[in-house]
Design a protein around this ligand. Structure first.
Ligand code: C2G
Length: 128
């Protein structure tokens, strides 16, 4: 079984996230998502509308997602890859090159982002 992992905040799930998850799953047989905790969001200078538990529940309802684990810090990826016997790490190409250090542990694939949609754009639209 080919194991794929990706990480993110996944707040206010939109088609950008869903298309990423769909493509990530298609790279293998099992998709694990490292979901940024509320505390780690603060480290990423990012706040989310929805708390971790709700973002986790929503992700777990997505057909492409097999397991959700907490993402607590920048440094857990190496140990996650070993712990879950990950074959492929994947993430959107807004992170192009940032995680190449994982190449000694697994395949690293950057997927194209979906243009013209983002949580901040949705927030702006809701403000009207
Ligand atoms: N994404 C996308 N298209 C968009 C928006 C997001 O493909 N329009 C992808 C991102 O590239 C990422 C995933 O959806 O792969 C989750 O996006 P975010 O929640 O914004 O993730 P981010 O805050 O970049 O967290 O350790 C890695 C970080 O936790 C990544």
């Amino acid at each position: 079984l080919k194991i794929v992992i990706t990480y993110g905040t996944f707040d206010l799930l939109h088609v950008g996230h869903v298309r990423l998850l769909k493509r990530a799953k298609s790279l293998g047989d099992v998709l694990i998502v490292g979901l940024s905790t509320d505390e780690f969001n603060a480290v990423k200078h990012k706040s989310s509308f929805l708390p971790y538990e709700q973002r986790k529940e929503i992700l777990e309802s997505i057909r492409y997602v097999d397991k959700v684990i907490p993402e607590n810090n920048w440094d857990q990826k190496r140990s996650d890859v070993r712990k879950y016997k990950v074959d492929i790490f994947t993430i959107g190409d807004d992170w192009l090159g940032e995680f190449d250090f994982l190449k000694e542990y697994c395949e690293v694939i950057y997927l194209s982002r979906t243009e013209d949609i983002s949580t901040s754009l949705l927030k702006g639209m809701m403000k009207g």
